[in-house]
Design a protein around this ligand. Structure first.
Ligand code: CA
Ligand code: CA
Ligand code: CA
Length: 385
């Protein structure tokens, strides 16, 4: 078969050359004195031989039903939706540039001084003219109104959308922050995935730290699973990671080696001692890590691990303004989990061998306490820091 045509009153109104030949056409040119509409199909083969279907006869009636807006949609894009689509009840046409987008602005109210006019630079008819797709600037999270000028949009018969101003609204939600995680010496591990999801964030598994683009994530989480030194791919990225944190990045480190990982985040003055322990205790109570939205870390529920911590930082060596959350053993000068600002960035560091428990190799109690309470609390805290 070469093509299939639809004829209305003996005029070709649609023609398809590809399977499955779903044809549609507008019954335009309605004449109230002669409302009869005869429809037939013509099929032509590749040799040029054609045949007609039966003729179907209908009595046409004028379209007096005004079009309506059935929905307004935006694609879910992390960087802020573009291309607002206005979906209509039927095919429409418009003249000029009748579409505008108004943002409610910081006060979340329309009609106030901080309202924002979003640039609309184009409007295209899609899906047999049932959709108008706007070309607009990216929409930051917030509330918006889509405004259509009066009478500027009509159906094909010329019935206007509305005699007044049409407005429809949409809300653009904040995309959840993304957390890139890398388990040094065991980069295949997906152990951090579940706690990150539980905390409401988007996990990004970093397999290869050597080429990873840090600008694509909000928080970098590094678990050192080696008891010795950093692997060379991570070592080679130290300057990049340090620069990223210094310029506003947030990093969460859990370090089995308790050696030089802290150097990647402005910790060169910190005095570390590597010593395996099984007794963690709360340093300052309450704090957002130990009494967070996912439950409480207590003086006992992280104890008894093999090990619970791999040592400590000397409290007096921590950068000015640090906060200590957990101590190793009962000596208050032995910080096992702490945070500090580094330039415009933020650092959370702990000597807990977290990778082991996120890979569910410890007891169920410890795996749960670290994966379902402690780490989600840490991530919420760091995200809000
Ligand atoms: Ca109509
Ligand atoms: Ca406003
Ligand atoms: Ca304890």
């Amino acid at each position: 078969m070469r093509n299939v045509e639809v004829l209305a009153n003996d005029k070709v109104v649609a023609n398809h050359v590809t399977f499955p030949y779903n044809l549609s056409a507008y019954a335009v040119g309605y004449d109230p004195l002669n409302p009869t509409l005869s429809i037939k199909i013509r099929v032509t083969d590749t040799g040029g031989n054609s045949t007609f279907s039966n003729t179907f006869v209908y009595t046409a009636i004028a379209d007096t039903i005004a079009p309506t807006v059935s929905s307004i949609t935006v694609p879910p894009v992390h960087s802020g939706p573009k291309s607002v689509s206005i979906n209509f009840s039927e095919s429409v046409q418009f003249t000029g540039s009748p579409f505008s987008i108004i943002g409610a602005g910081p006060d979340h109210q329309f009609g106030t001084n901080d309202d924002i006019v979003v640039a609309v630079t184009g409007a295209q008819l899609r899906n047999r003219s049932r959709v108008v797709q706007l070309t607009n600037s990216a929409l930051a999270p917030g509330q918006y109104r889509i405004v259509v000028a009066p009478s500027a949009v009509t159906d094909i018969a010329g019935n206007p959308l509305s005699t007044g101003m049409f407005t429809g609204s949409l809300t653009v939600l904040q995309a959840p922050p993304t957390i890139g995680y890398y388990t040094d010496s065991n980069s295949d591990s997906t152990g951090p995935n579940a706690p990150i999801l539980l905390a409401g964030f988007t996990p990004i598994h970093i397999d290869d730290i050597s080429s990873f683009d840090l600008s694509t994530i909000d928080i970098l989480m590094i678990d050192e699973s080696s008891n010795g030194s950093l692997n060379s791919p991570l070592q080679n990225r130290e300057p990049d990671i340090a620069a990223w944190v210094a310029s506003g990045g947030k990093i969460v480190i859990h370090d089995r080696a308790v050696q030089n990982l802290i150097l990647i985040a402005g910790g060169s003055t910190i005095t570390l001692t590597r010593s395996l322990g099984s007794d963690l205790n709360i340093a300052n109570s309450p704090n957002l890590v130990t009494a967070g939205p996912f439950g409480n870390v207590t003086n006992t529920n992280l104890d008894g691990g093999n090990s619970s911590d791999h040592g400590w930082a000397l409290q007096s060596s921590l950068p000015a303004g640090s906060t200590t959350f957990l101590i190793a053993g009962t000596d208050p000068t032995h910080a096992a989990a702490f945070s500090y600002h580094f330039c415009t960035g933020f650092v959370y560091y702990s000597t807990i061998p977290l990778d082991y428990y996120l890979d569910l190799q410890g007891s169920t109690n410890l795996n749960d306490a670290l994966g379902k309470i402690y780490l989600p609390n840490v991530l919420m805290f760091v995200n809000g820091a």
